[in-house]
Design a protein around this ligand. Structure first.
Ligand SMILES: [Zn+2]
Length: 265
């Protein structure tokens, strides 16, 4: 009887710790010697990039203002909406009295990547929204979501990235169709788990046909950020990668382009 009890205790401790031990450490030597993989989760900026399709938003523009041939130096200038390409939504994007992009706490921009793959479900339903059950299923397979996680939703929508028409997927009455988080799932992540932020491989954390953006209100209202148009999520393991997010520092900005990369041990 005592033996059985000891066995149960050990297995329980092990399984309850799995989520927390998944993030292993990587040294600078590991990076230099390529003993780990660094994955860029950022799309390159160009004039074809997806941006939020509302009036006053515009494509990314770049022009050379000096060239090596003429001026002996190459230099360019660019213009872009904040919410274009791979970018961050600061908490003030949807809520008053929340930090702007320059005021994000740096510690919250580094953390374990928790990658939830719902691409199977999206194949049958392009308006699919992440459910609490999807999160429970993920935890059954991978352990509890680690504290300080950045949740990344792989919906498979990244396959459409190079085709803006297919990516925004507008119907005949001008509604957008793409997957997202449900407000229930967003509420669960804020109330029941300790997360730094969320991300997705589409134009918005709310699914395309949303007009009131409850997920943005829930996440931004809790002082957390959202990453949109995140690249290469299919290359990340469900858990174990560390994310580093480096957003542009626009004073008072509602968000902006962010370089995001993941270190996979
Ligand atoms: Zn945005």
């Amino acid at each position: 009887m005592i033996k059985i009890l000891v066995f149960l205790l050990i297995t329980t401790l092990f399984s309850s710790c799995q989520g927390y031990t998944a993030v292993s450490s990587v040294s600078f030597d590991d990076v230099r010697n390529k003993n780990c993989t660094i994955i860029d989760l950022t799309y390159a900026l160009n004039k074809n990039n997806a941006f939020w399709p509302a009036s006053a938003y515009a494509p990314f523009k770049y022009k050379a203002i000096a060239t090596l041939k003429k001026d002996g130096v190459f230099s360019g200038s660019y213009s872009t909406p904040e919410h274009l390409g791979t970018h961050i939504d600061a908490p003030n994007h949807f809520e008053d009295n929340q930090p702007s992009v320059d005021k994000l706490t740096l510690e919250t921009l580094i953390g374990p990547a928790t990658v939830i793959d719902i691409s199977d479900k999206v194949e049958n339903n392009e308006d699919y929204q992440l459910t609490i059950e999807d999160i429970s299923d993920w935890e059954k397979a991978n352990g509890r979501i680690p504290d300080g996680s950045i949740i990344l939703l792989n919906t498979g929508w990244w396959r459409r990235w190079n085709d803006y028409v297919k990516y925004k997927n507008t119907d005949t009455v001008n509604r957008l169709h793409f997957p997202g988080y449900s407000s229930m799932a967003a509420g669960f992540l804020i109330k029941e788990r300790d997360i730094n932020g969320i991300g997705i491989d589409t134009l918005s954390a709310d699914y395309g046909i949303s007009t009131d953006f409850p997920v943005h209100h829930i996440i931004n209202g809790a002082g957390k950020y959202i990453l949109e148009n995140v690249a290469n999520l299919d290359r990340l393991p469900p858990t174990g990668a560390t994310l580093i997010i480096a957003p542009i520092k626009i004073e008072g900005g509602s968000g902006g382009q962010a370089r995001i990369w993941a270190i996979v041990p």
